[in-house]
Design a protein around this ligand. Structure first.
Ligand SMILES: NC(=O)c1ccc[n+]([C@@H]2O[C@H](COP(=O)([O-])OP(=O)(O)OC[C@H]3O[C@@H](n4cnc5c(N)ncnc54)[C@H](O)[C@@H]3O)[C@@H](O)[C@H]2O)c1
Length: 364
């Protein structure tokens, strides 16, 4: 399976790059190293048929370089399909920096990373992802124009996370309409796993709508901050997957829908911001379908952020950003309907539309 998350030991059994599970015809993979700043980064450029490869930079303390490589390949491939299904003229790319953002991210390291991005001449355009903030992108902007997600003071569209959260909220409403016949989320029990930039903003929408929101995070500080601002309860148990809930919203890292969690989940809807929620796309997508769980494909409903940063390249304003993001509601309903009528998973239905758009451009 192309996007399967596997252990470092299993990864070592395949050819290092071209044989990687998620290589999937990547155009270019760039390894970046700088001794002075201890930068170790990998930039994945999956596909540039529709336009330059745009995707955020993630900084994470990976257990091994294999896992970092697997992650960047999975993520950059996902960006290709995200932009394609959202109708943007962008290709798919992503970068990972190996290290702990809390302790190892320095201005010097970010500048050096920016220089590597610049060296690609615009084939890859970066933005923020996990472990990155708008201020980091502002730093990168001082050495390259090939960056989005910069602050409004520098002419950017600002932090993309609130728009991402709004799009997830739209996709969640559409999935709820499909599952429950109504998109009103009042009194629905929603578990938000990960209350970082996007998760917090999603909690705000849910709490405004009167949903019963439970939150989990590995950071106690984040949990308390979010609980104190909105109507949300901190989940105190040790396995949220077994809890009674209507909607599960993964907003931390990917692959949480996997062999061990899928049989425990009681939610009827899965809709969240995390990229690559299905550990093995086809297998777990199908299992969700067989269990009657409505899955709103992640790359479809978390596209608000890329819509927001794309505005910086195309010079469209706030109104158009909101319009495109609200359209996620309609696209989600369309995909769920197509999937059911054609007996395919929602993930596969969304992928098919995205692939068709890329193929049409390639052949034009
Ligand atoms: N920021 C965006 O605009 C955007 C756009 C599209 C997709 N995404 C995806 O959404 C997800 C969240 O992004 P973000 O920008 O909010 O990142 P973030 O770093 O701000 O937040 C992630 C949160 O998840 C928590 N977390 C990490 N591991 C966890 C675990 N095992 N259980 C519970 N919580 C855990 C972290 O403590 C943190 O609070 C990521 O998968 C990201 O790739 C983000």
């Amino acid at each position: 399976m192309l996007t399967e998350v596997v252990s470092s030991n299993d990864l070592k059994k395949v050819a290092p790059v071209f044989g990687q599970l998620s290589f999937d015809d990547h155009e270019q993979v760039v390894f970046c190293h700088d001794k002075d700043t201890d930068l170790k980064a990998i930039i994945g450029i999956h596909n540039t048929v529709l336009g330059p490869a745009l995707g955020g930079t993630r900084m994470w303390a990976y257990n091994s370089e294999w896992e970092a490589l697997n992650d960047v390949l999975r993520l950059s491939r996902g960006m290709t399909f995200k932009s394609a299904i959202t109708g943007l003229n962008l290709g798919g790319g992503k970068a990972v920096i190996i290290g702990d953002a809390a302790t190892q991210k320095t201005p010097e390291l970010m500048l050096r990373f920016g220089e590597f991005v610049h060296s690609l001449g615009g084939r890859y355009i970066t933005a923020e992802d996990v472990g990155m903030a708008t201020a980091d992108m502002d730093l990168v902007r001082s050495v390259t124009p090939y960056v989005t997600g910069i602050s409004q003071e520098l002419g950017g569209a600002g932090n993309p996370s609130p728009i991402t959260a709004y799009g997830v909220f739209m996709g969640m409403k559409a999935a709820a309409k499909y599952a429950y016949g109504s998109d009103v989320l009042e009194d629905k029990i929603v578990y938000v796993e990960g209350v970082g930039n996007v998760g917090e903003s999603l909690v705000e929408h849910l709490s405004n709508e009167g949903a019963k929101v439970f939150i989990s995070d590995i950071s106690q500080d984040r949990l308390e901050q979010v609980r104190d601002k909105y109507s949300a309860t901190i989940y105190e148990g040790d396995n949220l997957y077994t809890e009674d809930m209507d909607i599960y919203a993964p907003c931390a890292l990917g692959a949480t829908v996997n062999d061990s969690t899928i049989g425990q989940l009681k939610a009827k809807v899965i809709a969240g911001a995390a990229n690559n929620q299905l550990a093995v796309e086809e297998k777990h997508g199908r299992e969700l379908m067989e269990r009657g769980i409505i899955y709103a494909p992640d790359f479809l409903i978390n596209a608000g952020g890329i819509i927001n940063v794309y505005a910086e390249l195309e010079n469209y304003g706030r109104q158009e950003i909101i319009r495109k993001t609200e359209n996620i509601y309609h696209t989600t309903l369309e995909i769920l309907t197509k999937a059911e009528s054609q007996g395919m998973t929602a993930q596969a239905a969304a992928m098919e539309i995205a692939r068709d758009r890329i193929a049409a451009r390639k052949n034009s």
